[in-house]
Design a protein around this ligand. Structure first.
Ligand code: ADP
Length: 547
């Protein structure tokens, strides 16, 4: 073999730290706090990141140790995003919306050593005290020393810890294969599983996020990541912002509140937003109601669940252009982005923007028949499980859970069912566990939801399959009317509306009106909760047609 003569430069997050220190000192990092807006910049943050690394070392954190965060999107959380991996430890972001027993499992599974917690999140931590023995130190992310709280052990004060250290930390030489961060899947089936990102995967993923045909975050952007910093590393945006030098705006604990998003976006001249569809459904409603607009915003990244057509159209009408992306915790998370290919006819654009898009450069994709593993053609018709491989795709989970997620030939099985068009656009039909099996054929719950959400009186809708004696499963719609139509929309109306939009045998057996669709910890429709509390279908007494 003739070797190339390029340097073996380790791909690590220290490079991003180097960039914010050398190139982006003046770039602001703004956080909405209870007491008002907090304003800093990378120039002020870098010395604090150095001090934080010193404090971690003094607390006994060694390379590879897990350091947990239970925090909102804010500047201190961003400091941890840099200091922990860059000093060789592993940043473990805890999902603050999980049930206590899940948090307990996760902290013990990861064997976290130190935990950083926002003051307002102490009530979430309290029930875990005494049950998380690996945690040696709790550090409070607050302005002053921790007040003695009932039932809480002694906590260290973040600002005091930083004040005691020096501004020049001797950053160690890191190997790119080292673990940098850890994030658990939501545990929709069984216990959550730890996904472990390496410095290399984070570095390459960051470059992917920045790429022009992907999210294309730029230096000139002002980024407001509504997506929490505990949700798949906030989709890689904090590091992408550091690499590019974008201004960053954090909503703190007000992140998901449409009014706060709009105020922050207006005041901080935000150009780039990112979040799950439910956030934008609420934002669209608020903008329409208030008459406000956000003309500076050029991109609204939307992923985590399929983007309903009605949402895309509402946002288009408001001048907010949604960029649809697909991914999962195990894919760092960026997997694909729905950019419209050059030469597309204007009338086809919306259809393409509603697909999950084309796979990101650096990632390979295929669809396979789940039972036989046979690879299926990209003909826009055949559908099977999405499998992916690439430098930022998981090859396993912490502690070796679920080895079956990797195929024998090394592809990651996503559990998503999709078809792929001949020009590479992915169309997700459903998650394997959500697809409705009716009379031996599949009904896409996602497609049916989108059709219902296109009804002018409906704000949100989730569809689940419920047991049926003849057909195995039949679809039932749970719909939330828009406030002005509460009590003024009927099941017959919805079924009638669907008749020319979906196949006759897809028509739901029942439409049940509810006040709110239950949401998961990251704001997606929680069909597990709907299923668990669903009353059985009243067979034969409903207007939905059957085959
Ligand atoms: P959780 O299990 O908590 O939802 P993730 O955030 O990792 O964890 O979710 C990944 C899953 O979310 C994907 O496997 C897919 O089912 C769904 N998903 C993500 N983005 C999209 C999208 N754009 N369209 C449809 N489904 C999506």
């Amino acid at each position: 073999m003739v070797e190339g003569l390029m340097q073996d430069y380790e791909l690590s997050l220290q490079h991003v730290l180097w960039r914010i220190e050398r190139l982006h000192q003046k770039k602001e990092v703004v956080t909405k706090r209870d007491e008002g807006i907090h304003r800093t910049n990378y120039g002020e943050m870098v010395p604090r990141i150095n001090r934080l690394a010193g404090a971690l070392k003094r607390l006994g954190v060694k390379p590879g140790d897990r350091v947990a965060t239970l925090a909102w999107n804010n500047n201190r959380h961003l400091e941890l995003y840099y200091a922990v991996p860059c000093m060789g430890a592993v940043l473990h972001t805890l999902n603050l919306r999980l049930f206590p027993q899940h948090l307990e499992f996760i902290i013990n599974d990861a064997e976290d050593k130190v935990l950083f917690v926002d003051q307002s999140l102490l009530p979430i931590l309290k029930p875990l005290i005494g049950k998380i023995p690996t945690i040696q130190t709790i550090v409070l992310l607050a302005e002053g020393p921790a007040p003695a709280a009932d039932g809480m052990p002694e906590m260290l004060d973040y600002e005091a810890l930083l004040a005691a250290e020096s501004e020049g930390y001797p950053w160690p030489k890191l190997s790119e294969r080292m673990a940098a961060a850890m994030c658990y899947t939501s545990g929709t089936t069984g216990n959550p599983k730890g996904v472990v990102y390496s410095h290399r995967s984070q570095f390459i993923h960051t470059m992917g996020v920045l790429q022009g045909d992907n999210l294309a975050l730029q230096e000139s952007d002002s980024l407001l990541p509504v997506v929490p910093m505990f949700h798949a590393n906030s989709w890689g945006l904090p590091y992408a912002a550091g690499m590019a030098g974008s201004k960053v705006v954090f909503g703190g604990r007000f992140s998901a509140d449409p009014k706060s998003i709009v105020e922050l976006a207006e005041e901080e001249e935000v150009t780039f937003l990112a979040g799950v569809p439910t956030v934008w459904i609420a934002l669209g409603a608020y903008l329409n109601e208030s008459g406000k607009r956000l003309p500076r915003v050029r991109t609204v990244v939307c992923g985590g669940s399929a983007v309903p057509q009605a949402l895309m159209e509402t946002m288009d009408a408001l001048g907010l252009r949604i960029l649809h992306a697909w991914g999962m915790t195990e894919t760092s998370p960026l997997g694909s982005v729905a950019r419209v290919a050059a030469g597309t006819k204007p009338e086809d654009e919306l259809r393409l923007r509603l697909t999950q898009g084309r796979v990101a450069p650096g990632v390979e994709i295929r669809i396979c028949e789940p039972s036989t593993g046979e690879e299926l053609p990209w003909d826009g018709v055949a559908f099977g499980e999405i499998q992916v491989r690439g430098p930022w795709i998981a090859r396993g989970y912490h502690n070796g859970y679920d080895p079956g997620k990797l195929t024998e030939d090394g592809w990651f099985r996503t559990g998503d069912v999709a078809k792929i068009t001949p020009d590479g656009y992915i169309v997700i039909v459903d998650r394997t566990k959500d697809v409705i099996k009716s009379g031996g054929e599949w009904i896409s719950s996602v497609e049916l939801e989108n059709a219902v959400m296109a009804h002018p009186k409906i704000m949100e809708a989730a569809v689940i399959g419920l047991p049926h004696s003849k057909w195995d499963e039949r679809p039932v719609v749970y719909a939330v009317p828009k406030p002005e139509f509460k009590g003024k929309v009927t099941q017959e109306e919805i079924v009638e509306f669907l008749k020319d939009k979906v196949a006759k045998w897809w028509l739901p057996d029942e439409v049940r009106f509810i006040d709110e669709v239950p949401k998961t910890s990251v704001g997606k429709f929680d069909k597990k909760v709907l299923r668990a509390s669903a009353v059985p279908i009243t067979e034969g007494a409903t207007p939905g047609a059957r085959r």
